[in-house]
Write a protein that binds this ligand. Structure first.
Ligand code: ARG
Length: 657
């Protein structure tokens, strides 16, 4: 272990040196030290490498603190004989105590259960280490030392994270140091309905960007707007007829959509409007200043409105890119390269990339028709309207090819993640394959993070739902519930704000509770319930943790953490909470492996459940001072970890509700 973790550690809590293992940071995650110590014991008894054993030391499996399944090391002979050898030989300098798993009913043979807090055994094995006490001391201290909030006794709970503190708190690691990730998410369309895919991309993408930061990466958040296409011609005509400057400024997203719906209805009756729209869009493509000016105002006002919505959701973007901004040169370079690599063929005037060899079909990269912007699932329609002349206009995938190239040249990213619905799996496969065939060495840095559908997401009227509507509905539902308890309601300073935050927490948690790829039912009443594993329940748990300090203003935590008698936290409930807190750094690493927000959500619920079971046994009020201080310390640390997990999920932890 490096020096930092040992600084100011009282002699009785000093941990023995452990070997270095790649990917571990005992300084930031004390559980690493214990895992390495376990791996070392196994390695020495079995004559294999610590590095090799380490990944086999599991956390939180089979009700053990650490768990080692001996068969995985393929040592030959009976695994339980090896397990016994480890138990017999580990000792003297060990901070952990092993027990062979067959001693516990129902556990698989040939495995080791490791319970580091078995004080009696640990004490005799390593006199300076007092089992649970030592563990308590280190876990809580690491949390406190990494906490972004300076004044531990501040009565107002959690301070908002400033930029500098991001990716630095307890649980974060430095594995991505020096690396840059571009995360593209949300990518809504202007003047087209906001749909569930955008909702999910926004929520999951925001999480993913935070997760990259928590893993030490530099992150650039990109919103790739759907802001180009014939619909802008139609929109321009519509705006001349039905538009209002005032409404555009107030809520461009909604107003442009309304206008779009109206002009579409007219165009249905009068096809000449479509011709006019095409003509207008042609002006835009040809760079006509007036046409582009109008379009630019639509785009700018839409971004203003979007930024407000994202800010409300605790989400921001570094770049507003857009389909309109992909340069024709970049697209041409890409199509030329495809040509050069002999990947192209033509069909009725359209230019296609042939990916049949890879079971990815043929992809139109430059179509014959005039209407731009169609997507894979619109291909059949597009083909039917193709004209026999190539006009060179771009399409969705060609823009993606051009955009990827420009992004790489501009940012030299180490990773680029696209957070897009699973409906576009095929599109992404084609697009990535093409880059690979074109020979770009950065092609393998691209990744599609997909997700399932939201079922039943329509307003009561059965029409489109805007993000605003969804948030409003969740907010109202929360507000209604809160106002049922009159006494409590009166105490809330700003019920509007509070119900808004809880409402969006409900939406986000519902979205991130299960594996990304699963579809889920949009159910306002279920997600806004305080019962069950919901967003409101997490907020409530956090608020309750914040209230401990408020309710006990006389109990102050000393600046010198070593003065806190963490040895008094000896109840099984305290032990369980501290153990779960100790796993948080690993939970962040695990979530990073498969990009599942549910890994973090599950962690939050686990912690919240333990906390709600602990209020009775771990009372702070009315206890003698040392005990009260120790328990308060435990709750403050728990609050900080829960808050940081919530922030990782882009939630705003509330202090009162
Ligand atoms: N705006 C597109 C849509 O709504 C999603 C864009 C996804 N990103 C991309 N690079 N293709 O379907």
């Amino acid at each position: 272990m490096s020096a930092a973790a040992l600084t100011n550690v009282p002699a009785e809590y000093t941990l023995p040196e452990v070997p270095k293992v790649a990917g571990t940071e005992p300084d930031l995650c004390i559980l690493d030290a214990y895992r390495i110590a376990a791996a070392k014991s196994v390695a020495e008894a079995c004559g294999i490498d610590v590095e090799k054993v380490y990944p086999g030391v599991d956390i939180g499996k089979k009700q053990a603190d650490l768990y080692v399944a001996m068969p995985r090391f393929r040592l030959g002979g009976k695994p339980d004989v090896w397990a016994k050898k480890v138990v017999d030989e580990s000792g003297e300098a060990s901070v952990i105590s092993f027990c062979p798993s067959e001693t516990v009913a129902g556990r698989s043979r040939g495995a080791l259960l490791i319970e580091y807090v078995s004080a009696s055994i640990a004490a005799s094995l390593f006199p300076a280490t007092r089992g649970q006490e030592t563990f308590n001391f280190h876990v809580l201290r690491q949390i406190r030392l990494a906490s972004p909030q300076d004044d531990v006794n501040a009565q107002d709970g959690v301070a908002p994270l400033d930029e500098a503190a991001k990716g630095k708190g307890y649980g974060c690691n430095a594995s991505g140091k020096g690396k840059k990730a571009l995360i593209e998410f949300s990518s809504v369309n202007i003047a087209k309905p906001f749909h569930a895919g955008h909702l999910r991309s926004t929520i999951i993408g925001a999480f993913l960007a935070n997760l990259y930061e928590a893993n030490g990466w530099e992150v650039i958040r990109v919103n790739y707007l759907g802001d180009w296409g014939k619909q802008f011609g139609l929109l321009a005509l519509g705006f001349k007829k039905f538009g209002s400057e005032e409404e555009l400024e107030a809520d461009a997203i909604k107003h442009l959509y309304d206008v779009y719906v109206k002009i579409n209805a007219e165009a249905e009756a009068d096809p000449a409007i479509h011709d006019e729209a095409r003509a207008f869009f042609k002006l835009m493509e040809d760079g006509d200043a007036e046409a582009l000016g109008l379009w630019k105002r639509f785009r700018d006002f839409s971004i203003i409105k979007l930024e407000k919505m994202y800010a409300r959701l605790n989400i921001h973007f570094d770049v507003y890119a857009g389909e309109s901004l992909v340069s024709p040169e970049a697209m041409k370079r890409q199509v030329d390269l495809l040509e050069e690599k002999k990947l192209l063929c033509t069909d009725r005037g359209a230019v296609l990339a042939n990916l049949e060899e890879y079971k990815l079909g043929k992809v139109v990269v430059r179509k014959a028709g005039e209407c731009r912007g169609f997507k894979p699932h619109e291909l059949s329609i597009a083909k039917s309207i193709m004209l026999p002349v190539t006009d060179g206009t771009s399409i969705y995938i060609t823009r993606d090819l051009g955009e990827a190239l420009e992004r790489y040249e501009k940012y030299k990213f180490d990773k680029m993640v696209y957070v897009i619905a699973a409906q576009q799996n095929f599109h992404c496969q084609q697009f990535f394959k093409m880059l690979e065939l074109m020979g770009y060495e950065w092609a393998d840095k691209l990744e599609h993070v997909n997700f399932g559908m939201v079922l039943g997401m329509s307003t009561r009227k059965g029409t489109v739902k805007f993000l605003d509507d969804i948030l409003q509905e969740a907010k109202l539902s929360m507000h209604e519930q809160m106002s049922k308890n009159e006494d409590k309601y009166k105490q809330i300073e700003d019920p509007e704000h509070v119900s808004d935050i809880i409402g969006q927490t409900a939406v986000k948690i519902q979205d991130m509770s299960a594996k990304r790829i699963n579809d889920y039912e949009f159910n306002i009443s279920r997600m806004t319930s305080f019962e069950g594993d919901t967003g409101p329940y997490i907020q409530y748990s956090h608020v309750r943790l914040c209230s401990v300090q408020r309710k006990n203003p006389n109990i102050l935590l000393p600046e010198d953490l070593t003065q806190i008698k963490t040895s008094l936290l000896s109840e099984p409930k305290a032990r369980e909470i501290i153990y779960v807190l100790s796993t948080y750094p690993q939970v962040i690493r695990d979530a990073f492996v498969d990009y599942q927000p549910s890994t973090i959500v599950t962690f939050c619920f686990k912690l919240c459940h333990l906390v709600s079971q602990a209020w009775e046994t771990l009372k702070v009020q009315g206890q003698e001072e040392d005990l009260a201080v120790a328990r308060l310390y435990l709750f403050v640390c728990t609050r900080d970890v829960l808050a940081s997990a919530m922030r990782l999920l882009s939630l705003t932890p509330l202090e009162r509700m």
